[in-house]
Design a protein around this ligand. Structure first.
Ligand code: DC
Length: 222
C-alpha cells in the first residue's frame, strides 16, 4: 500500500479581534488548507442556549442538542456573528461539559477533513494547547486591546452597525477576561507558538509574515 502523505497542521490562537480569523481564512484559501474555525462551535451552542427553555441543567441542555440543530451552514452561520451570541459563547466556553462536547466535534473534524485539502489550519483560543498540541506550526496572534477595539469599531461602522468605541472596548475587555481567566483551557500562548504582535502591522502585512514563517517551517509544503 502506498504511504499516505501526512498533511500538516497549523494553529493560530489569539484574543478576540486580533485579526486571526481574516489571516487564517486568507492563508487557508491561498494554500488550499481546510479552515477549522473553532469558535463557531461555541457560538452555535450559545445560539441554541439563547432559544432553549430548559437552561438550568447544562448536561440536559447538551444532551438535547441533535446533529440537525447543531448543523452550521453558510445560510445560518451569519446569525452567529453578533455580540449577544459572542458573549454567551464566551460564558458557556468556561464550562468543562461544554468544552468536552465541543472538543469531541473538533477532533472529529481534525481527523476526517476532506482529502482534497493539503493540510488543515485551526483558529481559536486553545488550538495549539488542547485541540492540536502536536501541530507542525503554531502562532499566537496578538494586538493591544485599544488597537483591537479601534479596528473592531471601524469594522462595525463600515457594516453600518454604529456603536460607541467605549462600548466595543468594554465588550472586548470582558471577553478577554473570560477567555484568559477561565479554569478550563484558558486562552494562553502555547510554549512552542510563535507570537506575532500585529498592533502596528496591517492585515496584509500580517498575512505575509505568517505565510513566510509557514514556508520556512514547512519547506516541503510548497
Ligand atoms: O473566535 P470567536 O470570537 O468566534 O469565539 C467565540 C468564543 O468562543 C470566545 O469568546 C471563546 C470561545 N472559544 C474558545 O473558548 N475556544 C476556542 N478554541 C475558540 C473560541
Amino acid at each position: 500500500m502506498a504511504n499516505k502523505k501526512i498533511r500538516p497542521i497549523i494553529t493560530i490562537d489569539g484574543p478576540a479581534a486580533s485579526g486571526k480569523g481574516t489571516v487564517t481564512k486568507s492563508i487557508a484559501n491561498d494554500l488550499n488548507l481546510f479552515y477549522l474555525e473553532t469558535g463557531i462551535f461555541y457560538r452555535a451552542i450559545g445560539k441554541l442556549f439563547l432559544v432553549n427553555k430548559k437552561k438550568n441543567n447544562i448536561k440536559i441542555f447538551l444532551n438535547s442538542i441533535t446533529q440537525e440543530s447543531f448543523f452550521i451552514d453558510k445560510a445560518n452561520k451569519q446569525e452567529l456573528y453578533n455580540e449577544e451570541v459572542a458573549e454567551i459563547a464566551s460564558t458557556l466556553a468556561k464550562l468543562k461539559e461544554v468544552r468536552s462536547f465541543v472538543l469531541a466535534k473538533q477532533l472529529e473534524m481534525l481527523k476526517h477533513y476532506p482529502n482534497k485539502f493539503k493540510g488543515i489550519i485551526l483558529e481559536g483560543r486553545d488550538c495549539g494547547t488542547v485541540i492540536a498540541p502536536n501541530a507542525d506550526v503554531k502562532f499566537f496572534l496578538n494586538a493591544k486591546l485599544e488597537i483591537r477595539a479601534k479596528r473592531r469599531h471601524q469594522q462595525l461602522f463600515k457594516q453600518d452597525k454604529k456603536t460607541m468605541y467605549e462600548k466595543v472596548y468594554m465588550e472586548l475587555k470582558a471577553r478577554d477576561d473570560n477567555d484568559i481567566s477561565r479554569k478550563n483551557s484558558p486562552l494562553v500562548k502555547a510554549e512552542d507558538a510563535i507570537e506575532i504582535d500585529c498592533s502596528s502591522t496591517d492585515i496584509e502585512e500580517t498575512i505575509m509574515i505568517v505565510k513566510k514563517i509557514i514556508f520556512s517551517k514547512l519547506p516541503n509544503f510548497i
